[in-house]
Design a protein around this ligand. Sequence first.
Ligand code: NAD
Length: 497
Amino acid sequence: MASTPARVEHVIGGKRSQGESSPTHAVINPATGQQIAQVEMESMRAVESAVAAAYEAFPAWAATPVGDRCQVMFKYKSVLEQHFEELAGMIVQEHGKTMAEARGDVRRGIDCVEFACCAPTLLMGRTLPQIAVSSSFCRTEDKSGVGIDSTVDRVPLGVCVGITPFNFPVMVPLWMWPMAVACGNTFILKPSEKVPLSAVREVELAHEAGLPAGVLNLVTGGPKVVDALITHEDVRAVSFVGSSKVAKHVYETASKAGKRAQCMGGAKNYMVIMPDANRGAVIEGVVGSAFGNSGQRCLAGSVAIAVGDAAEWFVPAMMEAVNKIKVAAGNEPGVGMGPVIDVASKQRILGFIESGVQDGATLAVDGRRADCPAQGCFVGPTIFDHVRPGMRIADEEIFGPVLSVMREDTLDAAIATLNRSRYGNMGVIFTSSGYSARRFKSHAQAGMIGINVGVPAPMAVFPFAGWKQSFYGDLHANGEDAVKFYTESKVVVTRWM
Ligand code: NAD
């Protein structure tokens, strides 16, 4: 008889713990469809214990010199390097990424830890001496010794919460908690119930690196746990990454409860292909953007707008390139694309393909007929041509390996199509014209722009800068925005008699 898969434990106060009997979610290996673990979805006891542990740990951690806090981050960076392959292997197992993509997930996460090591510089306040003269105590003509000075310090907030999606199991949590913790906050991570194993390991390794108990906690769960965390009276700030519908809900609920919130949402990303573009760079860039991570990226290029006669060479070359992609489990040799996350995702993506056919788009490459393993959640790379605005495949986030090709006569028409989207995460142009690139950069309504770059993912020192329904809040993740998000400013006005 098959044994029950292990239950993923919470990590609270530096220790692994079970919550209470609550409904569970089955964690599967998407390449096989087999269950590998189960997670508790509704443990309110875990929520209360985690908030209590983080609340209790806050005063001592906030009082720890920032240089000492960063020593833990330096150590953590080296621990992550030692466990690099282990973490990447866990991502392949629970998410289905190819090994190369999983390594990228861990590497970009480590970048965030390195950035958090810069906290002493990033947290420096500002000073303006002699903003006024204290005239009542000034008995001499020389006023320089009786002035009033002003400074602004950046101080931590308290308990912060992070809720993360399935598609970057190691990196997205690392967007949040290393900077929050380096700034002197304590943290509760609520990872996606679909990929909790690598997140638990990430948190455990932080304790191996010397993070004191209670500074970083992890609670598994679903919507009820999220709602309890983001409205808890002892929580000060909420970072969220996931779909736009949930991002809006989390932003509104957390804000109403008086929390600071930054909520990254979904996307529909357009790539403009100009006739003068370098063809090799276009095909390499668009294949990577549309089909990398099986299209499950918020920076996935989902629509290619071919301008002028570009479609004449672009579409056949894309078909040829895509037909060469090997679709298989992420750890197979020569694999180009792994499975999608679960059966529900596969069904949703197949529904989009069917809607494209029904709406009259031309199915140039049919991923339903691709040579894919029979077991597991596989959908082959799919290309639609002659897609028009108003079709679901042109307007909605698919989050799967489906590329829609649209055609426009001019660059301005292509930009207008991009700007009609309710999302604004990314816009990309492939061109050899500085004029076209500059015009695109100036007029495309998206927070992240790629010029001859298919996935313009900002490095950790820059903000992850989605617009419109791709982001709810004011300060983005990463970069200086993150430092401001995880700290409060305190202005001090000083007068000495
Ligand atoms: P999701 O919105 O389903 O889940 C994200 C998190 O929210 C999970 O931890 C989940 O448990 C929780 N959640 C789900 N439903 C909830 C509800 N009703 N109330 C409260 N919490 C809830 O997203 P996903 O499917 O895990 O991830 C894919 C989505 O994330 C895509 O839309 C993608 O574009 C987006 N994403 C955005 C960014 C970005 O930076 N903008 C980055 C990565 C992924």
